[in-house]
Every structure is written in C-alpha cells, then in structure tokens.
Design a protein around this ligand. Structure first.
Ligand SMILES: CC(C)(COP(=O)(O)OP(=O)(O)OC[C@H]1O[C@@H](n2cnc3c(N)ncnc32)[C@H](O)[C@@H]1OP(=O)(O)O)[C@@H](O)C(=O)NCCC(=O)NCCS
Length: 245
C-alpha cells in the first residue's frame, strides 16, 4: 500500500492530503491505518478498475467516486510530417512563455471536471488553478516537464500547448489544451503528431497518455494515431474519518 502525503495539494486546498494506489492485495483497512499514521484529512486513491472489490470497500467506507481515468499507449515510429491549419506554426516553449500558457490553460480548463472539481469539499477556484499552475510550472522544465510544444497563431499568440515527459524509453503526454477560440481546427491532433515526433527524436519506443473516460475528443485523436487502451483507474476521495451514512 503506497500512500504518501502531497504537500502541493495540502497547500492548494488547505487539507492534509495523501495520495496512493490501492493494489489488488491491499485492504481498505490498511489505507485507513496509513492515513491515520500520516495525519491525512483526505486520501486521493487511485484504484485499478480491475480491483472492483477494493473500490466497493472504499465506497462502503464513505469514499466518493471523483473520476475514472483511462490510459492509452502507442508504439513510436519514425517522425512523420505534421500539417497545421494555415497561419499556424509550432515551436518549443520555455520559461518565457509560462505566463501566456498559464492564461491559456486557465481559459481552456474553465469548465473541465477533473477529480478535484468533482469533490464539493474542495474549493472550485483552487481546483481551476491546478491546471493553470501545472501548465505554468511545465514551462520551467524538469521535473514537471521535459518539453512543452506550443502552436502559435500568425500574430504570435500561443493557441495550444502539450507538455511531455520522458523516462527511459517511455514518453508521456502530461497536459494539453487548446484555446477556446481556436478549438475544432485540428490543433490538438497536430500537437499529438508533434509529440509522437518528439518521442521518436528522443529515442523513445512508447508513448503513454491518460484522460477522463468521458473526454471523447482526445481519445478519438489518440486512436487515429494508433494509440490503444492500456489500463484504467477509479479516483476515489476518502475523507478521514469517513462519514458513515
Ligand atoms: C480537448 C481539446 C484539447 C481538443 O482540442 P482541439 O484542437 O479542439 O481538437 P481537434 O480540433 O484536434 O479535434 C479533435 C476531435 O475532437 C472533437 N472536438 C473538439 N472539441 C470538441 C467539443 N467541444 N465537443 C465535441 N467534440 C469536440 C473534434 O471535432 C475532433 O473530432 P472529429 O475529427 O471527429 O471532428 C480542447 O477542446 C481543450 O483544450 N479542452 C479543454 C482541456 C482538455 O480537455 N484537455 C485535454 C485533457 S486530456
């Protein structure tokens, strides 16, 4: 049972937060015991969807279902040409772009429902800021991101970005957004193509990416690039002591 405190979430939401994954053999009692040892007020628990019994036990302890994540993976091939709509081009982003990317992320994720937003006890404003802050920190480089690719309009404004990490032969797409004014122009598809090329240039063999199960837009794009579903998780929030009905 791996459960660790998350200082970032503590600072963001004002609750002592522990995060971890419920392994198939782990019991919910072990989670509760570890949460008490850590002094956690809330546990954000990833439960493989194959561990339905574990999820049921956590729900019986008062956990709430906050989201369902699906992971996809694709093999990396040779770099391939990527076509963006007329007037658009791409470039690698850096610390000088952090502010603009933060603003873009704040706008793009405004109505997004992630696991923070799904929990009424967490501040909506703080939940919104998680994406803006993550986007901004990604532009500062490792460890948050190894690369950030941006798409710019011909007036020089950034209209979409994608953040990437690399661990050995595995590349992962971490965070991506397209400005609400520029959505449905194929910019996201272009960003995924550019990410596959980046992974290839880095010598990676595989790319991994995840999203909410109901985010169909991005999954359609991934399938077109040859991604296949790999695994999935429930995210449960278990408040300590868990309220009993
Ligand atoms: C999801 C997102 C990145 C898509 O960006 P985009 O540049 O508009 O995507 P594309 O133009 O490449 O379109 C991809 C597919 O999604 C569809 N799509 C895009 N926005 C959509 C919407 N609001 N509703 C329904 N379908 C949508 C497109 O029609 C396209 O499918 P199609 O080719 O069958 O028509 C963008 O909407 C966004 O930033 N959303 C908020 C943040 C987010 O969800 N990030 C991803 C988290 S994993």
């Amino acid at each position: 049972m791996s459960l660790e405190l998350s200082p970032l979430e503590h600072a963001r939401f004002g609750f002592v937060t522990a995060r971890g994954e419920l392994a198939p053999e782990a019991s919910i009692d072990a989670v509760l015991q570890r949460a008490h040892e850590l002094g956690a007020e809330v546990v954000m628990l990833r439960v493989p969807t194959s561990n339905l019994r574990g999820a049921q036990q956590a729900l019986a302890e008062g956990a709430i279902l906050a989201d369902t994540l699906v992971y996809y993976e694709a093999a990396v091939g040779d770099p391939a040409p990527v076509t963006l709509a007329a007037g658009l081009h791409h470039r690698m982003l850096g610390p000088q772009d952090a502010q603009e990317v933060e603003t873009l992320a704040r706008a793009a994720f405004r109505d997004y429902v992630g696991h923070y937003h799904a929990d009424d006890r967490l501040s909506r404003e703080a939940a919104d800021e998680t994406y803006a802050s993550w986007a901004s920190r990604s532009c500062e480089g490792p460890p948050v991101a190894d690369a950030v690719i941006g798409v710019e309009d011909n007036d020089g404004s950034i209209v979409g970005f994608i953040t990437l990490r690399r661990a050995g032969e595995l590349a992962s797409i971490e965070l991506n957004a397209v400005s609400p004014d520029h959505q449905r122009r194929g910019i996201y598809a272009g960003l995924v193509g550019l990410s596959m090329n980046w992974a290839s240039q880095q010598g990676c063999r595989k790319v991994s990416v995840s999203t909410q199960l109901n985010n169909v837009s991005v999954q359609k794009v991934w399938c077109r690039f040859g991604f296949e579903p790999a695994r999935s998780y429930y995210t449960l929030h278990l408040w300590i002591p868990a309220p009993r009905s």
